[in-house]
Design a protein around this ligand. Structure first.
Ligand SMILES: CC(C)(COP(=O)(O)OP(=O)(O)OC[C@H]1O[C@@H](n2cnc3c(N)ncnc32)[C@H](O)[C@@H]1OP(=O)(O)O)[C@@H](O)C(=O)NCCC(=O)NCCS
Length: 250
């Protein structure tokens, strides 16, 4: 049985054990706000030792500076999966999302729920930090995109400019985080927003003091990121992806 825990710098050498390789004959692309599946190959041969070393240096510095939190899945003492959360900057058009760091599960450990467990730990941490949503820049292969869709992610109509520039081929999504029981609802999830706005409005109407200023302010303060998801359509187009090599979290 796999064990899951937060990682520290001493665990990072274990990244060399992860087989990140992947192949897919098809990839997703976003066109006019819709996800479409194309006959376009994706292949990733796995990171080389040098590429892992460069990730280890990056994560080691980030853990030291407290800007990233990492979680790992272990089979015995072997690291077989990793996920992460960047906690230094808010992302998204409303600057209220935290970006997912890496999410790699060794090929031999995919589909018994390893990725789901790692995502759950990441999601819980982001929620505990009071974040409205997770930002996900997903490799466009069906396995990865469908993993995130299944977890509840939705296509973002407005990707984060910086993250989009880093990974233009990725599918940029958001995962709304459910509010804690202890949350007051002010910065909570999708459903907290209308409830707060409606109760403020009701209060103002019943007191006969409704003005544009007063009714608008609470809504602006909790403005919701617009998310879109439409059924996929298939188009024919064969393009070969370049090998992703250590840019972003390929
Ligand atoms: C994406 C990834 C992390 C998912 O990890 P995983 O351990 O396989 O995921 P899970 O077993 O928790 O899958 C949960 C659900 O996601 C969906 N899913 C996962 N892999 C899928 C695939 N290849 N095709 C279709 N759906 C898939 C399924 O609905 C699955 O539930 P099911 O097994 O009951 O059908 C893993 O495939 C991976 O590391 N891929 C290569 C690296 C990568 O692309 N990382 C993401 C970078 S953004």
């Amino acid at each position: 049985m796999l064990k899951y825990r937060q990682l520290d710098r001493g665990d990072l050498d274990g990244l060399h054990d992860i087989d990140r390789g992947d192949f897919s004959p098809t990839t997703y692309r976003v066109k006019h706000g819709e996800l479409i599946l194309e006959d376009r190959e994706f292949w990733h041969t796995g990171f080389t030792r040098a590429e892992w070393d460069s990730y280890i240096r990056k994560f080691s510095a980030e853990l030291h500076n407290g800007v990233t939190i990492l979680f790992g899945a272990f089979d015995g003492s072997t690291l077989v999966g990793i996920s992460g959360l960047e906690v230094d900057k808010y992302r998204g058009s409303n600057r209220d999302m935290l970006n997912m760091g890496p999410m790699w599960v060794s090929s031999a450990y995919r589909r018994p729920g390893t990725g789901t467990q790692l995502l759950e730990m990441t999601r819980r941490k982001a929620r505990d930090l009071g974040t409205r949503a997770l930002y996900v820049s997903a490799t466009p292969v069906p396995g990865t995109v469908e993993f995130y869709l299944r977890a509840g992610c939705q296509l973002l109509s407005v990707p984060d400019k910086y993250l989009f520039a880093l990974e233009r081929e990725d599918i940029h999504m958001g995962l709304e985080l459910k509010a804690n029981k202890t949350d007051s609802g002010g910065s909570g999830g999708k459903f907290g927003v209308p409830i707060v706005a409606v109760s403020m409005l009701t209060l103002l109407i019943t007191r006969g003091r409704i003005t544009f200023q007063r009714s608008y302010k609470p809504c602006a303060f909790v403005k919701v990121e617009k998310m879109l998801w439409r059924p996929k359509a298939k188009v024919s187009n064969v393009v070969h992806f370049r090998k992703k090599n250590g840019i972003g979290y390929g």
